[in-house]
Design a protein around this ligand. Sequence first.
Ligand code: FE2
Length: 287
Amino acid sequence: MTTTPSLPDRPFLGFGLGLRPTHYETILNDSPAIDWFEIISENYLVPGGKPLHYLDRIRERYPMVMHGVSLSIGSHDALDREYLKQLRSLADRVEPEWISDHLCWTGAHGLNAHDLLPLPYTEEALQHVVARVGEVQDFLGRRVLLENVSSYVTYPESEMSEWEFLREIAARADCLILLDINNIYVSSINHEFDPRDYLQSIPVERVWQFHLAGHRNHGDYIIDTHDEPVVDPVWDLYTQALRRFGRVSTMIERDDNIPPLPELLAELEHARRLAAAGQRQRTVTAA
Ligand SMILES: [Fe+2]
């Protein structure tokens, strides 16, 4: 009989940013007060060249986590073994605190949709994803974090909510969760659910990282663009998440319209302050 090893205590890295090429030089010249960086794994899979040169130099100074967009854990296509091999060698090089990707599918029949597409929330899809997460974790020799995506469509076949689906995946596959607070907010507007129901349903011990990001609000729907600062309702939801989950490593994702680093540092400082206030409140409540 095999037994599942118990979860280690959740590491807390502090407050990080996504590593973006436009900031490479500033980071090396100024060593800004950022606790850690999240890298997009796919940007560093080609041997040699500038990206790896910068990656190595920045890694010497900062802890890192790896975040992928190509795993396509929900697809019916076979897992891409070549990609997994590349991921494993990048992990050998970077020695990341953890590796994450998305709970989604990105294509079928060998075609890439270049988007993070939601799954139907069915028992069949659950079993399919759980088996594949097991394969990935065996191959990489570690638990991975899966992130909730923002979505614009739902399936009539769904038998459960997104949060029930995510919770079940994590429990059955024994994997971890990267909770994107902005994505919960975006989907809650697009699909008209209460984001607090989402937070309440997710197991505290499996959430090892938070994402925060900006989006474009078009009134009755929201597009997750990552090209704007984090908006107040997402900060509010972050505050609620802090109440439930406690100290969780938090980072801000900015993928377009990328401002100078000080602007992102100011946003990160806001996250730090909210987390510190949340921590004080938890201490008072527990006393
Ligand atoms: Fe995210």
